[in-house]
Design a protein around this ligand. Structure first.
Ligand SMILES: [Zn+2]
Length: 318
């Protein structure tokens, strides 16, 4: 039967309506595709098909092969560029996860995913130092999640203003005068929503998850700002995020998903606890959601967490 839940972090209202869920969960592992694709602009050897690179890890000269993670400006930026209007200045960067065309976030090894997050934090630091108001790090995986190029990549955007959603969450955090992200983890865990709780990282399906298999990831001492995250916490969140998307692939197949960092604004030291959301795109925003802003979730988060825990345990046993 339907149940109304309120998300203490975002303020979203969610109708949990599991009676509508009918999605089968019989998924074979997707075999990896080719390592190299001739006409892919992000594959090694095609470096000149992107704008000149900003930075890299690994070996080699700029815009030549040898890199492990490579950062380039987005060819079709949302913000920034010479013709940007008032309020639309900024930076929009692509962070290519690795030279292997088919090694997506779920397939990165520990060193690979830790390095990816290290680069994302470095880019956030650069944009904060440049005076931008807010930095958004994200991964769009699959067409339904907004990815237009298949080669696995993350993105970093720096913008001139603090977005309304960020302002609202910061306001809720300050008004609560307590760590509402940690409290959401505790509450969700008590209701069966924990996916990973190993002391150094948290992954959980929030009790008021707005969509099927939505999962939050953080670390106990992640801190308020992504760019200031301690090394150990950053690495722990990186590994946990990889484990969650790998588990999702085992449960949902090669479903599209977004990974979205929910960060504090660049300026100030307001209390906050940054976290990221992994949001599989297995449901579609329909008229009710668009009209009311109330989300409808057909998969109980404790059921989702149970399946993800099983998938992680299965991967560990394999
Ligand atoms: Zn490629």
């Amino acid at each position: 039967m339907p149940e109304l839940r309120d998300d203490p972090v975002t303020g979203r209202r969610v109708l949990l309506a599991p009676g509508r869920a009918a999605r089968p969960h019989t998924v074979a592992a997707t075999p990896p595709g080719p390592s190299l694709v001739e006409d892919c602009p992000f594959c090694p050897g095609n470096e000149h098909d992107t704008p000149p690179e900003r930075c890299r890890t690994g070996a080699g000269d700029p815009d030549t092969p040898g890199w492990r993670v490579r950062v380039v400006p987005n060819l079709y930026p949302i913000v920034g560029g010479a013709d940007a209007g008032p309020g639309a200045h900024g930076a929009h960067e692509v962070v290519v996860m690795g030279p292997d065309h088919s090694c997506d976030l779920a397939r990165l090894d520990d060193a690979g995913v830790e390095e990816l997050f290290w680069v994302l934090r470095e880019r956030a630091r650069v944009h904060v130092a440049a005076g931008f108001a807010h930095v958004q790090a994200l991964v769009n995986h699959g067409r339904a999640a907004g990815a237009s190029i298949a080669h696995p990549h993350a993105q970093v955007l720096a913008i001139e203003f603090v977005p309304p959603l960020v302002r609202e969450v910061m306001g809720r955090f300050a008004a609560a005068a307590s760590d509402i992200v940690a409290a959401d983890f505790d509450t969700s865990r008590a209701k069966g929503g924990a996916v990973i709780a190993d002391g150094s990282s948290w992954a959980w399906c929030p009790w008021a998850a707005a969509s099927p298999y939505e999962t939050r990831v953080s670390a106990p001492d992640a801190g308020a700002r992504f760019d200031l995250t301690p090394d150990g916490s950053l690495a722990a969140v990186a590994r946990a995020t990889r484990d969650v998307v790998a588990a999702l692939a085992r449960v949902l197949g090669d479903a599209a998903y977004n990974v979205v960092v929910h960060d504090a604004p660049a300026a100030g030291d307001a209390p906050y606890h940054w976290y990221l959301s992994v949001v599989p795109r297995v449901s579609i925003l329909a008229g009710f959601e668009l009209g009311t802003g109330v989300m409808v979730n057909t998969v109980p988060p404790d059921d989702a967490a149970e399946r993800l825990r099983q998938a992680i345990a299965g991967a560990d046993a394999a």
